[in-house]
Design a protein around this ligand. Sequence first.
Ligand code: COA
Length: 329
Amino acid sequence: MSLVGSGSAIPAQIVTNDQLSLLVDTNDEWVRTRTGIRERRIIGPDESLADLCSDASKSALEMANWDASNVDMILIATSTPDDLFGLAPKVQAKLGAANAVAFDLTAACSGFLFAFITAAQFLQNGSFKRVLIIGADQLSGWMDWSDRRSCVLFGDGAGAIALEAIDQTEDALIGFKMKSDGSRGDCLNLPQTRNFVPLVGSHLNQKGGFSNIQMNGQEVYKFAVREVPALLEKVLNNCEISPESLDWLLLHQANQRILNAVADRFAIPQQKVLTNLANYGNTSAATIPLMLDEAVRDGRVEKGNLIASSGFGAGLSWGVALFRWHGPS
Ligand code: COA
């Protein structure tokens, strides 16, 4: 299995920290120093998450030099689909990828990493030849814009990676681990509202709907800086790879302080830590492919580079993948 193309798409609307200070009691200095975020993108009325997915996918298809009709599977990691029955089929139609099975996978901010590892299984076992994986979220729609502890953190975006089955001896996915702990899920969630309305006779019916994102920031922070390094260490040990031999650390872009803490733990220098938090904030399932695409296109990530990636977040869920970027052949 090889990574042969990348693409990303972001909404046009930019919301700066200064603009958020008009909504809640915050300021640019606080947000920058506590999180590393300067601004984020928010989907506006002329855009949709399906549009972003489709644009990101088209760029990835172009880089991979694939025709949409040759894609076997489209897997979208998202917690905020345009349609609860599935975002991926809409994107399949927009792309004209008529031969691809298309479905969504939900694992919050770990979603892209889980989708990558899931897709790799189909490619490695010979079921599929070409798979498009997409990470996309529109958390702006589920934010409590009066809660300064959470609304400054998130933004919208999408990223896509084209994965191809190969016969080479070294598979691009060198090692991985995935973890879940639902017993700690309460510190970050986006629950259904329990609004029961009369149906017929004495029967009640739960009206569909969701509340806003609820987060205990400090608990999530502690979880990330404890669990991500522990899992990364296990994967590195299993693969007999030393932290020094990594070309890049590509973590879910949640908070610059979390990125720094993980890098410090392995003595990975800042120049090897990929970060674009300042421009986009936390785009949930989109952060990893958005960052990878940016670094591939500006030439930082080169063919053969070894990348350690970790997604972590609600669930709670977290995962690590060690992989190489091969790029288009
Ligand atoms: N602007 C100004 N002040 C703010 C603020 C904001 N946006 N948000 C919180 N504060 C205040 C708090 O009210 C608190 O004030 P108090 O001491 O008077 O009560 C003070 O700043 C410190 O709050 P605290 O929660 O201790 O800050 P922190 O250093 O832990 O940073 C987060 C808060 C949310 C940035 C940090 O905990 C974090 O990033 N957690 C992880 C969240 C995350 O990544 N979630 C997604 C995971 S996928």
